[in-house]
Design a protein around this ligand. Structure first.
Ligand code: UDP
Ligand code: MN
Length: 355
């Protein structure tokens, strides 16, 4: 365990013997602020390994990620960096997005502080790599693909950047003076790198490097023509692959009402295939409670069809309030801890007295 120059706790894994062909000063970077997104990070990490990347794999986590997930992350990422959560606290704009949870994505900004690397590619924890994308390192900061919701802006789920303390400070300054027009990292990054749309076409990544899974249907002929070239799938939106239910008897993901197309389901299936092959055995090796009930496996909160979900992996570090709410909703109430009766009474008293 060592501290990086910037005070961020860097828990670099010693398990990895670097192959001679590995590039040491370039990395794929992701972020997880809770155990659910950490499952996403694990699948992303394994998908990058499956396509034989020659770059380093780095993940940033906040203190609310459990010790089990940290352990699992060290088994696939070369470097784990603990960062302080950054939150936009911009409830009004996040309400417009109908994604109140995305303020925390400001934590992404810490990636500019990973100055042990010369160049990086940030990837959201809800992305899945299908083909080698090491050629992205030939691009300059800031390269990204257009956003499907507003193509004059870039989507901040996949972008090439150059770590720099100066840029990090500039981004914080921009957050304080101009804020984010959507309350999340994407609004802020598009404000800061506002010349992305016009300066240099080479900074526009092809859509196949950040293909929005839920929108594949919206231009079906293009999907039919180019779909097989897709390199990265991005599961944008509130319902993530880990929130679906997987039937262990048939090896297939169960569909749900909100699903937009068969193509989307195919990509969610691809995510689960990596999960079941690479992540599940490792979770089981750590012998945590990882329940498979009635042949169905689910990790998340809005399991579409099904039966009781399994909890996120057991935690020993403090868990964030969304995870606790999730556990509460699953009937896993921590009677002896945060959720004990006296704490609930204390909360009620506080609310009543503040009126
Ligand atoms: N993220 C996280 N915890 C959260 C929300 C987001 O760690 O509670 C990170 C994670 O890497 C995620 C990224 O921030 O992929 C952006 O959020 P998300 O992918 O949910 O946004 P979307 O792509 O749906 O707009
Ligand atoms: Mn995303």
């Amino acid at each position: 365990m060592r501290y990086s120059l910037h005070g961020n706790l860097c828990l670099c894994s010693r398990r990895f013997k670097m192959a001679a062909s590995q590039v040491q000063d370039e990395a794929f970077v992701t972020l997880a602020t809770n155990d659910r997104y950490a499952y996403g990070a694990l699948v992303l990490g394994h998908s990058l390994r499956a396509v034989n990347t020659t770059r380093q794999l780095a993940v940033m986590i906040t203190p609310t990620v459990s010790s089990l997930m940290r352990q699992l992350l060290t088994e696939v990422f070369h470097c784990i960096t603990q960062v302080d959560p950054l939150d936009s606290n911009d409830e009004a704009n996040l309400a417009l997005l109908t994604r109140p949870e995305l303020g925390i994505t400001f934590s992404k900004l810490h990636c500019w502080r990973l100055t042990q690397y010369n160049k990086c590619v940030f990837m959201d924890a809800d992305t899945l790599v299908l083909r080698n994308i090491d050629d992205l390192f030939e691009r300059e900061e800031l390269s990204a693909a257009p956003d499907v919701g507003w193509p004059d802006l870039f989507n901040s789920g996949v972008f090439v950047f150059k770590p720099s303390e100066e840029t990090y400070r500039g981004l914080l300054q921009c957050a304080m003076t101009q804020g984010s027009f959507d309350g999340g990292d994407q609004g802020l990054l598009n404000t800061y790198f506002s010349d992305w749309g016009t300066k240099d076409i080479a900074r526009h990544l092809p859509f196949i490097y950040n293909m929005t899974a839920s929108r594949a249907y919206s231009y079906l002929p293009a999907f039919v023509k180019f779909g097989s070239d897709v390199k990265v799938v991005h599961f944008i939106g509130a319902v993530k692959p880990w929130e679906f239910t997987y039937d262990t008897n048939t090896g297939t993901v169960l569909t749900c009402e909100g699903i937009s197309s068969q193509h989307e389901l195919t990509f969610i299936q691809a995510w689960w295939d990596v999960f079941v092959a690479k992540v599940k055995p490792r979770v089981e090796a750590h012998q945590t409670q990882f329940s498979e009930k009635m042949g169905q496996l689910s990790l998340g909160s809005v399991s579409p069809i099904t039966s009781p979900s399994s909890p996120p992996a057991a935690t020993t570090s403090p868990i964030d309030s969304r995870t606790r709410q999730w556990q509460w909703e699953q009937g896993q109430i921590d009677y002896l801890g945060e959720d004990r009766f006296e704490n609930i009474m204390k909360k009620i008293d506080e609310k009543v007295n503040n009126k």
